[in-house]
Design a protein around this ligand. Structure first.
Ligand code: ATP
Ligand code: LTN
Length: 334
């Protein structure tokens, strides 16, 4: 057993990875992988809370795993796996469902938003989604959960459930902390810079995918909605420009102040083409590696097979404790 602290995080394969997923979450995972014992999961069970075409879901699940690796997450150092391969996630969810209050689940903003978008498919999975997420995290006794800031409320629920269980029975779960970046924890849409860039949005000009072509990326950034002030300033009055500065800063590591100074008196046209350039420069190695990995399915299978084996051992251990504490008779084997 390593004495490193534990990280758990995941992305649902409801679409291909966006620049928002990358800058808000995955880039941090890459930076944290040496210091922590990390579990990086493709959360396919979360994806089916909205309708998915089975063949597309299968394809995207593998693609997301390949994109994790292409983005720099090393399968030798981290446990990378597919959520549905470890049945303890569903099992712990049942126990935690029985300790979750309808009132608290009803207040989840993601549930409210998704209910609006999926009025014709308002299913119970969408409602208990955050409980499944809590199970993901608590099964591995995660200390830290690196996510974008839209996940704060879900993390609070995971903490509440851990504390509730620990108080009702006895200390069982680590109470996890959220980890978000100071800059870039919420990348906004390019067409609507007042709402977050999302991979399941309808307007493809609103988001950049990691695997978009350089041409498409450039076109989308050039079309990004800005304002008529013509000042490259990091200000709430200029949400479009603020978002592009954030993207520039996250891609290059340059500070917001130094970017503002560099583009003092420079027009939006030139600024946008520079943003496109730094995004394309940063993403190209990921795109190339993704191509290579998708032509090497045996390797990807190996990664998710080994990942599930390692994850299963840890998850089972936690689930056994939980079952025992709630009063289930331990199963006997001959
Ligand atoms: P969907 O659009 O299907 O709801 P999503 O793009 O929001 O999906 P998730 O799989 O829900 O993606 O999120 C994966 C991770 O990426 C989470 O940690 C989430 O906080 C982060 N994330 C998603 N969108 C953004 C964004 N625009 N800015 C920063 N982080 C983001
Ligand atoms: N709910 C998250 C995705 C997610 C997750 C997790 C993130 C599912 N399980 C566990 C971190 C840890 C989302 O909608 N972005």
């Amino acid at each position: 057993m390593s004495d490193k602290k534990v990280i758990f995080s995941g992305v649902k394969p409801s679409g291909d990875l966006t620049l928002g997923n990358y800058l808000g979450a995955i880039k941090n995972w890459v930076d944290l992988q040496d210091e922590y014992d990390c579990y990086y999961c493709v959360v396919d069970m979360h994806a089916i809370t909205v309708h998915q075409e089975p063949k597309d879901l299968r394809k995207r699940t593998l693609e997301i795993l390949a994109q994790y690796i292409a983005a720099g997450i090393d399968p030798e150092k981290n446990t990378m796996f597919i959520q549905s391969h470890v049945s303890a996630h569903a099992e712990l969810t049942w126990v935690l469902n029985s300790m979750s209050y309808m009132g608290q689940l009803n207040r989840m903003t993601q549930f409210k938003e998704k209910s609006k978008d999926n009025a014709d498919n308002l299913n119970a999975g969408l409602f208990t989604y955050p409980v499944l997420m809590a199970s993901d995290i608590l099964l591995y006794q995660a200390d830290l959960v690196p996510v974008g800031d839209d996940q704060k409320q879900h993390l609070e629920l995971a903490r509440d459930l851990a504390e509730r269980f620990n108080n009702r029975y006895s200390p069982t779960f680590v109470v996890p902390e959220i980890y978000t970046s100071k800059v870039g924890s919420r990348i906004m849409g390019l067409q609507d810079p007042t709402s977050k860039m999302s991979k399941s949005g309808d307007n493809e000009n609103d988001y950049i995918l990691l695997i978009d072509s350089p041409k498409a990326t450039e076109k989308k950034i050039k079309r990004a909605v800005t304002d008529s002030l013509n000042k490259v300033r990091y200000s709430d009055d200029q949400p479009g420009i603020k978002n592009l500065i954030t993207i520039y800063s996250k891609m290059t590591g340059e500070s917001v102040e130094s970017i503002e100074a560099k583009y003092e008196g420079v027009g939006y046209g030139k600024f946008k083409s520079d943003v496109a350039e730094v995004v394309n420069e940063g993403l190209q190695p990921i795109r190339d590696e993704f191509e290579r990995l998708m032509n090497n399915k045996d390797y990807l299978e190996d990664v998710y097979m080994n990942g599930a084996n390692a994850a299963e051992r840890v998850a089972r251990k936690t689930l056994r404790k939980v079952y025992k504490k709630v009063g289930f008779i331990p199963r006997k084997f001959k």
